[in-house]
Design a protein around this ligand. Structure first.
Ligand SMILES: [Zn+2]
Length: 414
């Protein structure tokens, strides 16, 4: 992975970002609030590094080097300072955190709308990682995951830079809607264009300001349309560096998923970036298990990439799948699930039963193969054809390097 792309010298930090956990949390809370001015500097508290990350500077300091020049670290007693991180006309000093807003345009009422970013520009060099959530505006678990991650890291103890975009689809987020007001899916609008639809322009802005400045990205999603997902990473299992990161993230299951046209993942991969897509929980709700898995996974990934040294449970072995299948309702009625998220099932095991409103069994849905339940509907009322239960076949062996064509699996959009 590369280094930061901060190209300018100069820099004079004014202090450190949120120090204590609660302060950081508080800050995060305020920053999740409204979007107002164009560049709101996160008010810094004091300069003490965070408690969980205190050990890190020691390790990092030993390798301290300045961006661009890595040799002259010790010739003076004073360490050269890392160049500021330039983004959207702002320069974030090394060792600082800043909230900035990328103007998108105006609402019909004339109120300006902006895409909020929180940039944590570490004191020392390292990779640039973006975290994005709510590209589908109602998928709010990722917003909370980013809030919790940001509460755990401090710029003074970070080597590298984190660009957090907790709400990419601001319009959808504010109206609890997956899509943009024109019903376009932002995650089918990448890489976008500066002159296209609203979705296309937001995609273009995100690519130019965030993706091109980053080395690695983690995009956070949930199930959609009243479906919930077992925490899972979807990625290209045939690409070893991606698979390595997926293993570090350590979600319960890693699914080999083909690239979808117009998705952020496709645009990012084509731009030469490594990207993990995390799915967990359902839209419009906080799912504590998914949020915990996502937060731990992101922190493990940041630790692994050398940005942070935050206390987090070590990775556990993952399951792998390259073949998943939704079972659908063969009758309309009331569905009762019999296999829940994470349950291992065998072929012909009952997944759900559909009743009419008076108790008569209309249909029984069984698994077609052995596997694990990675998603299911949360809706009690279903129409014939609705997706009910999503089962992934588990690979007997973990993927090995050069393991093959990544185009195997299709999944319901999350
Ligand atoms: Zn999504």
């Amino acid at each position: 992975m590369a280094t930061t792309d901060s190209s300018d010298p100069v820099a004079a930090p004014t202090g450190a970002p949120g120090a204590k956990q609660k302060q950081a949390t508080k800050k995060k809370r305020s920053s999740t609030g409204a979007s107002k001015a164009v560049a709101t500097k996160e008010t810094s508290s004091k300069s003490a590094p965070k408690k969980t990350a205190t050990k890190q500077p020691t390790t990092k300091k030993s390798t301290t080097k300045k961006s661009g020049e890595n040799k002259s670290a010790k010739k003076s007693t004073r360490r050269p300072r890392r160049a500021p991180f330039e983004i959207a006309g702002h320069a974030i000093t090394a060792g600082k955190r800043m909230r900035i807003e990328l103007p998108i345009g105006n609402l019909m009422s004339g109120t300006p709308v902006a895409l909020p970013l929180i940039v944590v520009h570490g004191k020392t060099d390292g990779p640039v990682v973006w975290l994005s959530a709510a590209i589908h505006g109602d998928e709010i678990c990722g917003v909370e995951i980013i809030r919790q991650v940001l509460a755990e890291i401090s710029a003074t103890a970070t080597a590298g830079t984190v660009i957090a975009a907790p709400i990419v689809n601001v319009h959808g987020f504010n109206s609890n809607d997956r899509y943009l007001p024109d019903r376009r899916d932002l995650n089918r609008s990448f890489p976008g264009s500066a002159r296209g639809s609203l979705a296309s322009r937001i995609a273009d802005l995100f690519m130019k300001e965030v993706v091109t400045r980053s080395d690695v990205g983690i995009d956070l999603h949930t199930g959609s349309d009243l479906r919930t997902n077992l925490p899972q990473v979807r990625c290209d299992l045939g690409h070893q560096p991606t698979l390595d990161l997926a293993n570090v993230f350590s979600a319960p299951i890693v699914i080999d998923a083909r690239l979808r046209d117009g998705s952020l993942r496709q645009a990012a991969v084509e731009a030469g970036k490594i990207m993990l897509l995390f799915e967990g929980g359902e839209a419009s709700r906080f799912d504590p298990a998914a949020i915990a898995a996502g937060t731990a996974g992101v922190l493990r990934t940041l630790n692994h990439l050398g940005l942070t040294d935050v206390a987090v449970a070590p990775p556990a072995p993952c399951l792998y799948s390259r073949s998943t299948r939704w079972s659908r309702a063969s009758k309309s009625g009331i569905v009762h699930l019999e296999a829940r998220l994470g349950e291992l099932v065998r072929a012909k095991d009952r997944l759900a039963t559909i009743y009419d409103p008076y108790g008569k069994v209309l249909s029984r849905i069984s698994s077609r193969h052995n596997g694990i339940v990675i998603g299911h509907t949360q809706a009690p009322l279903v129409n014939r054809g609705d997706a009910i239960s999503h089962v992934a076949q588990i690979l007997a062996e973990p993927p090995t390097p050069g393991w093959g064509d990544p185009k195997a699996t299709d999944t319901e959009p999350g």
